[in-house]
Ligand binder design. Sequence first.
Ligand SMILES: [Zn+2]
Length: 93
Amino acid sequence: MICDFCSSHPPAWLYPADTFLDQYNSVSQGDWLACDECHGLIEAGDRAGLANRVLLTDVVRSGLVDKKLARRYARDLHDRFFRSRRGEAHSLK
Ligand SMILES: [Zn+2]
């Protein structure tokens, strides 16, 4: 399992969430997982910092996806996640 926000660290937290669609109509199925770093940004309300975590993903690091586009997509995706979120995070440890 990997963090749903940065795709680069093992998850330590589970955020209950409803299923929703991203801007390309891809399905986000239910709950989201977060690593400790992303969890810290979520709890601090640091949405810009959270969107920057997308720069850690393989598709961005390899240059396959443009950094600016990736960050914009992440902001929109996270907006949708926060609207679909249901309650507090649960620790997986
Ligand atoms: Zn993460």
